[in-house]
Ligand binder design. Structure first.
Ligand code: ADP
Ligand code: MG
Length: 468
C-alpha cells in the first residue's frame, strides 16, 4: 500500500489554493473583486468614523499583451497605524472589524486575497501608503502575503513627514486581469455604491481614459454604528469560554451584568439560579458542564430584550431617496426603513427603496439592486433571499405594475452578522426572519407606488376627457 502523506495547512495557503471561494476565481472576477475589496475598506475607514468619504479608483493598463493592470484606490480615511499595516495587508484573517459593529468587512480576508492574486499573477508586492489620523508622518510599505507562513513579507518600508492635515490610505495592486470583460460589472458596482452613499465623492478613471464621477449630493452621513456587547441569545459554549477568559469580573453575577447586553442584576440572579450555580463564584472557576448549564439558561430564559440596534448603521429613507433620485432620475421614488429585528441573537434592519419611470428603461422583471451592509451584490442574484421576495413571491400586478415596466427595487440588509452564502459575499441566505421583514418592507413601498400610479391614471383620464 501507498503511504499517505500528512501535513497541516495554514490559512494563507488554504485561501491561495481556494481563491474562487473568496471571489477570485478568474481574471474577470479578480479585478472586479480587487476593486470591490479596496473600495469597501475605504468606505469602512471613512463613513464608519464620521468622515465624509472621498475615494478615487484608477485602473491603468501596464502590459496590454499580458493583460496586466494596476489598480489604485485612494481614500481620506483614518489610515492604518504603521505597526499594524503589514499585517492588515499581509496576513490572512487579520482585521480591526472582528467586533459587534456593522461594517462592510467582516472576515479579515478581502484585501489579502487581492494582494495574493497580484503577487501570484505578476510576482509584484502591493504598495500601501498610509497616514493615520493624528500622526505627523506617512508610511509606505511594499508587502506580500507569506503563503506558507501567513506572515507578511515586507520588501520595503519608508516614511516621510507630511502636511499636518492629510490622513488616508492609498493602495496599489498590479494583477493579471480581463478588464474588457470586467468593465461593465465594475461600472455597475461603482454606480450602485454611489446610489447608497450620496454623501461620498467617488471618482473612477478607467484604462480607456474615461472619468466617471459621482459627486457628493448631501453632507448627511448615516448614523455611525456603535460597538456593542454580545446578546445572550447569540452565545454558545465556545463564545462563553472566550468571554470568561477576557473578563475581569470577580463574581458570576458581575460577569453576566458587565459582559452581555440586556442582563441587569435581577436577570443575572435568575439566570444563575436557573443554572443551579453560586452567584458569587469566580467565573474563571466554572467547569465545562457549568458553562453548558449557563448557556442553556440563556437559551431558555424567555424575557431578554431584543438585541440592540445601536451597532447598526442603516442608510435611512432620506438618503436612499436622494441616491435613487440623483443617479437613476426616475419619476417616482419611495423608501422605507423597517424597525430593528433579530435572528439568532443578531440584530438586523431591512430597508427597501423603489424607483419607477423617468429615465429607467422598461424591463420584463423588476430590476433588483441588492445591498448587504451597504455593499452592492452583483453576482448570484437568483439564489439571494431578496430575489425570492422581489422576483418570486410579490405579485406586482397587485400594485398596478405590469411588465415590461420601468421598476427598480433596492433592498438593503444591515446586520452585525450578514448570513452570506459564501466568503465572496455575493448572496444572502434565506433566513425566515429576514425574508419576512423584506416582504413587509417591499409591500409597504409597493403600496405607495400603487397609490401614485392610481392617481396618475386618474389624472390622465381627466386629461383625455378634456382633449376629446
Ligand atoms: P476586513 O475588511 O474584513 O477587516 P481586509 O483584509 O479587507 O479585512 O482588511 C484588513 C484590515 O485592514 C481592516 O480591518 C482595516 O483595519 C485595515 N484596512 C484595510 N484597508 C484600509 C483603509 N483603506 N483604511 C484604513 N484601514 C484599512
Ligand atoms: Mg475588507
Amino acid at each position: 500500500v501507498r503511504r499517505e502523506q500528512y501535513r497541516g495547512m495554514g490559512a494563507a495557503e488554504f485561501f491561495y489554493r481556494n481563491k474562487e471561494i473568496a471571489g477570485f476565481g478568474n481574471p474577470v472576477r479578480a479585478i472586479y473583486q480587487t476593486i470591490r475589496e479596496l473600495v469597501e475598506n475605504s468606505l469602512d475607514a471613512t463613513e464608519v468614523h464620521g468622515i465624509l468619504p472621498r475615494i478615487t479608483i484608477q485602473v491603468e493598463e501596464v502590459d496590454k499583451e499580458k493583460g496586466v493592470y494596476r489598480v489604485i484606490v485612494d481614500d481620506n480615511g483614518i489610515g492604518i497605524p504603521p505597526d499594524k499595516a503589514p499585517y492588515a495587508f499581509g496576513r490572512v484573517l487579520y482585521s480591526s472589524k472582528y467586533v459587534a459593529r456593522q461594517t462592510r468587512g467582516m472576515y479579515g480576508l478581502g484585501v489579502k486575497m487581492a494582494v495574493l492574486y497580484g503577487q501570484m499573477t505578476t510576482g509584484k508586492p502591493t504598495v500601501v501608503i498610509t497616514s493615520p489620523m493624528g500622526y505627523s508622518k506617512s508610511y509606505k510599505f511594499k508587502v506580500k502575503v507569506g503563503v506558507k507562513t501567513n506572515e507578511p513579507e515586507v520588501l520595503e518600508r519608508s516614511e516621510a513627514f507630511k502636511s499636518a492635515k492629510w490622513h488616508g490610505t492609498r493602495v496599489i495592486i498590479e494583477l493579471e486581469a480581463d478588464w474588457r470583460r470586467a468593465r461593465n460589472k465594475v461600472l455597475e458596482y461603482v454606480k450602485r455604491t454611489a446610489i447608497v452613499s450620496p454623501y461620498a465623492d467617488i471618482t473612477l478613471v478607467t484604462p480607456e481614459g474615461l472619468l466617471i464621477r459621482y459627486p457628493r449630493t448631501t453632507t448627511k452621513l448615516p448614523r455611525p454604528p456603535k460597538e456593542v456587547k454580545p446578546h445572550p441569545k447569540g452565545v454558545d459554549v465556545e463564545m462563553m469560554k472566550q468571554l470568561i477568559d477576557k473578563t475581569t469580573a470577580k463574581s458570576l453575577v458581575q460577569f453576566l451584568v458587565s459582559e452581555f447586553q440586556s442582563i441587569g442584576p435581577k436577570t443575572a440572579q435568575t439566570l444563575v439560579s436557573m443554572a443551579h450555580l453560586d452567584p458569587s463564584m469566580n467565573p474563571k472557576a466554572l467547569t465545562d458542564s457549568q458553562i453548558k448549564a449557563l448557556v442553556d439558561a440563556f437559551r431558555e430564559y424567555p424575557r431578554f430584550k431584543p438585541p440592540s440596534a445601536e451597532a447598526l448603521s442603516p442608510i435611512g429613507e432620506e438618503l436612499i431617496k436622494i441616491g435613487l433620485r440623483s443617479v437613476l432620475k426616475p419619476e417616482f421614488v419611495e423608501a422605507v426603513t423597517r424597525r430593528p429585528s433579530a435572528y439568532e441573537g443578531h440584530p438586523f434592519i431591512v430597508e427597501v427603496g423603489i424607483a419607477y419611470g423617468g429615465e429607467i428603461p422598461p424591463s420584463d422583471a423588476p430590476i433588483l439592486y441588492r445591498y448587504a451592509n451597504k455593499i452592492p451584490l452583483l453576482y448570484d442574484e437568483k439564489s439571494d433571499v431578496a430575489w425570492k421576495v422581489v422576483g418570486e413571491s410579490i405579485d406586482w400586478s397587485n400594485y398596478k405594475v405590469t411588465f415590461p415596466a420601468p421598476l427598480v427595487v433596492l433592498t438593503h440588509i444591515a446586520s452585525t452578522k450578514i448570513p452570506y452564502k459564501g466568503v465572496g459575499k455575493e448572496s444572502v441566505a434565506d433566513i425566515p426572519e429576514i425574508e419576512k421583514e423584506l416582504k413587509l418592507a417591499v409591500q409597504e413601498v409597493a403600496r405607495k407606488l400603487k397609490a401614485y400610479l392610481t392617481k396618475k391614471e386618474k389624472e390622465e383620464e381627466v386629461q383625455k376627457r378634456v382633449v376629446t
